[in-house]
Write a protein that binds this ligand. Structure first.
Ligand code: NZQ
Ligand code: ZN
Length: 390
């Protein structure tokens, strides 16, 4: 196990009806609130009215910025930065999923920068350090990205369709309200995409070359099994509180840093996927179900024993003499689960052909020495993984 420093200060408020306390938690960070949300789901579900009532109960001054689209874009972030500066906003309240939260995070950091600085430069140049941000609060509507307590933020720049992530502890929201009941209204496909993303965050951490990380290995295995089982159950029973709650908490734990302690995660599947959702605007979780399978096929020989441990402990696969066969069986089991969840497992399932593979591989390498840590990948490797995913 490697040395580590773990601190995550997000106050997680979990459970039924907790969104009715949004005003109470928001008021702790000031009076002027930027209410940031997506296209229209929160109005359709009635969540918007509950949030407004709760903020009004605490006499907060609300400015609204809606219209964040999935795979959030830089132009919306710049709009938000302008509003925050003009209105001297104290706290940005993100009501939505990863897209809204990430848009809020980029606005929060961008508004705290000196006016002449451009937030996008921080996405492209990792040596530039972020220290300040406006306060961020969250009401989560979809368990998936873990952005509600993660240090990361992912934004697409429409100029060239670069989708890039950055990380800093300044991004960690001051509080996040998680009521599993809010997720009852999720379309089945979004529930499935969310589960796929959670499983990927767990697998990205699991497949490390760092030895002696048994505790986090086992916590990750338990978390994956929880999502495999409860994901299927939630699809069949969308209003089952218990399975929605298990998925929601797993989503947070998968990406709040705890399961990364003492180990180095991989993240190649994520970096390659970001090129897909950046260019083709597919759901992040759907891109991950495709790329993860191809990635396993390409890298498993780097440390086959780690894949055998995963096969045995997560999918109860007997380790017979033929190790390759056991890994193959594990890939089939995972693919089978994705299929049952209604997720794509090939690029052709989302109508993507090989015409932009070179562009994607090139972009994935921009400002990076390599992609992934389990096996370091370069341009040619990324092309081969994309070909395996066709
Ligand atoms: O826009 P609205 O109308 O609200 O609809 C949304 C959207 O269409 C809908 N939705 C959300 N909650 C709902 C609901 N519909 C009905 N009922 C509800 N309760 O779901 C759709 C997807 O929302 P989105 O926020 O895009 O999903 P997700 O949470 O998966 O976020 C994806 C984004 O986060 C990034 C992804 O790359 C992608 O851009 N990620 C962020 C990370 C982070 N900051 O830590 C890590 C991840 O690996 C990921 O890269
Ligand atoms: Zn993800």
């Amino acid at each position: 196990m490697l040395n580590f420093n773990y601190c995550n200060k997000a106050n997680i408020i979990f459970g039924k009806k907790e969104e009715e306390n949004t005003g109470k938690y928001t008021a702790q960070f000031g009076k002027r609130v930027l209410l940031h949300y997506g296209m229209n789901s929160i109005k359709k579900t009635g969540l918007y009215d509950k949030i407004i009532k709760s903020l009004n109960d605490y006499n907060l001054e609300i400015t609204e910025l809606s219209g964040v689209k999935p795979n959030p874009v830089l132009s919306m972030v710049n709009k938000g930065i302008d509003i925050c500066r003009k209105k001297n906003i104290d706290i940005i309240l993100a009501v939505g999923g990863g897209s809204v939260i990430d848009s809020a995070k980029a606005i929060a950091v961008g508004a705290a920068l000196p006016e002449k600085e451009n937030i996008w430069e921080y996405f492209m140049d990792k040596s530039k350090k972020i220290n300040n941000a406006i306060n961020i609060g969250v009401v989560l509507t979809i368990p998936a990205t873990g952005s509600e307590s993660s240090t990361s933020c992912v934004i697409t720049n429409e100029d060239g369709y670069y989708k890039r992530s950055i990380g800093t502890s300044a991004f960690i929201p001051k509080f996040s309200i998680l009521n599993p009941e809010i997720t009852y209204t999720l379309p089945a496909y979004q529930t499935a995409c969310g589960c796929s993303d959670i499983i990927s965050h767990l697998m990205e951490r699991y497949f490390t070359q760092v030895k002696n990380v048994d505790l986090t290995d086992r916590l990750i295995e338990a978390s994956i099994k929880t999502v495999l089982i409860n994901g299927m159950y939630a699809l069949k029973n969308p209003t089952d509180y218990n399975s929605r709650a298990e998925i929601m908490w797993a989503g947070t734990l998968a990406h709040n840093g705890l399961l990364n302690t003492g180990r180095i995660g991989d993240w190649a599947s994520h970096y390659i996927e970001h090129e897909l959702s950046g260019i083709y605007d597919i759901a992040h979780g759907a891109g991950l179900s495709i790329i993860t399978l191809a990635w396993i096929k390409y890298v498993y020989k780097e440390n086959i024993d780690k894949f055998l441990q995963f096969a045995q402990r997560v999918f109860s696969i007997d380790i017979i003499e033929d190790k390759e066969k056991a890994v193959f069986e594990m890939i089939c089991s995972l693919e089978n689960w994705y299929n049952k969840m209604g997720l794509p497992t090939r690029l052709s399932h989302v109508n993507i052909d090989n015409s932009r593979f070179e562009e994607m591989a090139k972009k994935a390498m921009v400002a990076r020495e390599h992609v992934g840590n389990f096996k370091k990948l370069y341009f040619d490797d990324i092309i081969k993984i994309l070909e395996l995913a066709l």
